[in-house]
Design a protein around this ligand. Structure first.
Ligand code: MN
Length: 499
């Protein structure tokens, strides 16, 4: 489902006609070489396309408007090779609506000490031109990313690559459509919010459907299709009967296969990329979608449980941001469940009643059929596994009434000390930065939810840049967080974001 869009990024070099044609020829040639080598580096997830050197107000304005109109353009990378008077950029920047990266680099790495003269300095004055260019963004209060360093360096190229993924998350946000098969769980505050404001701010469409309309699509799936997918499950996963009758077990698994196929068809026919369910509102569905929802998440759909449409949309966006990433470790909906408070072994057991994405699994994945203590349906089949170790980010988007806030916590995923043979759900276990006590206290002070959109493959910088591009508040909880500092930051943010 998650098809890789052929996004491109435009490379626009700024200059002016003060230095003569020979200089401008060098500028164009240097830009061509940089673009060619960036594309050949193998480090960028998307292609860079060279555009003609921008030297006049008219051309700058025209180029940015073409970038707006071009559906394959996900952003513009700008570089000031020489000095480019920034008033020339005002009209173009006022009209530009996509992400922008200011690459602050120069063609030569080293000062050519023996040969440098004034001509060379005039031709290679990024240190000068980049400051003029940066000034106008700050003056106009326009969000942009600045990357500083030598363009051939791995670290610089990786920063560009990382920003490209954020930019695609920004562009794709306005294409996210969330299907709600139930309202938010009664009386729950943090999963609710202003859907109109979310559409204005993020571009999300969040629509409700009667659950039985989707259940009809499930019932319409043919027996042969259900059998084929159930066979695939049995080939792919370990079957943990745990004393259940094999035929009865398979019938339960087949119900999830039918839900997966029916839901996926309904989502695709109606152009939705994310979905929420609710264990208390299942209509004629025989089971809470468990295994089915896990598989849909794996295919790239966003998901939120108990009607949590904000987290569903965030999971979708984070899946798009990580799309096609080599050696990706996974992205999932997640929920904080239970603490381990043993000194030195502190952490939070993460799970959900069923719906954890198998992309984060480490090792074998099994199917279990177990009763669900909530809801009034037959025992649902679910995928059970433990998750990978290593650094990751957990994010929570909350609605504060007058604004949205994205809370971004760096976390360290670990193995639990012992297996949990009686727990019939997929799990992860992590310790938040800077440690459990401060991390959890900070999260609570920020108003963060119990549901999170979680990924091993994104950084807090990427998520914070995404929030900045959306014009919303971001709060980081990481190794540098102190409670005193955080409380002040929240206070200041209340003033800074006041409407
Ligand atoms: Mn939940």
């Amino acid at each position: 489902m998650l098809k890789r869009k052929e996004y491109k990024f435009w490379f626009c070099t700024g200059s002016q006609d003060l230095y003569g044609d020979e200089c401008l020829a060098h500028v164009a040639e240097h830009s061509r070489i940089i673009v060619e080598k960036l594309n050949k580096s193998g480090r960028l997830p998307y292609e860079v396309v060279l555009k003609p050197t921008l030297i006049t107000n008219e051309l700058i304005r025209k180029t940015f408007n073409e970038a707006n109109m071009d559906e394959t353009c996900a952003g513009v990378i700008t570089w000031m090779h020489t000095f480019s008077p920034a008033k020339s950029w005002i009209l173009g920047l006022q009209e530009y609506r996509k992400p922008l990266l200011h690459l602050h680099t120069q063609f030569n790495r080293e000062i050519p000490y023996d040969t440098i003269d004034m001509d060379f300095m005039n031709e290679n004055q990024s240190a000068h031109g980049g400051r003029e260019f940066g000034h106008i963004f700050t003056r106009m209060n326009i969000e942009r990313k600045v990357v500083v360093g030598y363009w051939e360096d791995e670290a610089v190229q990786k920063k560009i690559a990382s920003w490209m993924r954020t930019a695609v998350g920004v562009i794709e946000s306005s294409h996210v459509r969330v299907m709600r098969v139930a309202d938010n769980m009664r009386n729950v505050a943090v999963t609710d919010g202003d859907k109109v404001e979310a559409q204005i701010r993020f571009g999300w469409e969040v629509d409700a459907y009667p659950v039985n309309e989707v259940a009809e699509a499930v019932e319409a799936v043919s027996d042969s299709d259900v059998k084929a997918l159930t066979d695939e499950y049995y080939d792919t996963y370990e079957i943990l009967l745990e004393g259940r009758d094999p035929e009865e077990f398979r019938r339960h698994v087949a119900v999830q296969a039918q839900i997966e196929l029916g839901f996926e068809r309904f989502l695709d026919e109606n152009n939705y990329q994310a979905i929420v369910t609710h264990f208390g509102d299942l209509g004629s569905l025989k089971q809470l979608p468990g295994l089915a929802m896990q598989r849909l998440m794996q295919k790239g759909y966003g998901f939120g449980a108990e009607g949590d449409w904000k987290t569903a949309a965030m999971v979708r966006i984070m899946k798009i941001m990580t799309e096609g990433m080599k050696d990706a470790k996974g992205t999932s909906f997640m929920e904080d469940y239970t603490y381990n408070l043993v000194p030195g072994k502190e952490g939070i057991l993460q799970a959900h009643m069923l719906e954890v994405c198998p992309t984060i699994a480490d090792g074998p994945i099994s199917i279990k059929v177990q009763p669900l203590s909530m809801g009034e349906r037959e025992d649902p089949a679910r995928l059970v596994f433990t998750s990978k170790t290593g650094p990751a980010v957990a994010t929570s988007l909350i609605d504060l009434g007058d604004r949205f806030r994205l809370i971004i916590n760096d976390v360290n995923c670990k193995k639990t000390e012992k297996p949990m043979p009686k727990l019939p759900v997929a799990t992860a276990f992590w310790t938040p930065e800077p440690n459990l006590q401060t991390g959890a206290e900070a999260w609570i002070l920020c108003g963060g939810a119990h549901h999170t959109a979680f990924s091993y493959d994104l950084t807090s910088e990427q998520m914070g840049d995404w929030a900045a591009a959306m014009g919303i508040e971001a709060v980081y909880i990481d190794k540098d967080t102190t409670i005193r500092g955080l409380k002040n930051e929240l206070r200041w943010n209340d003033a800074a974001y006041r409407k």
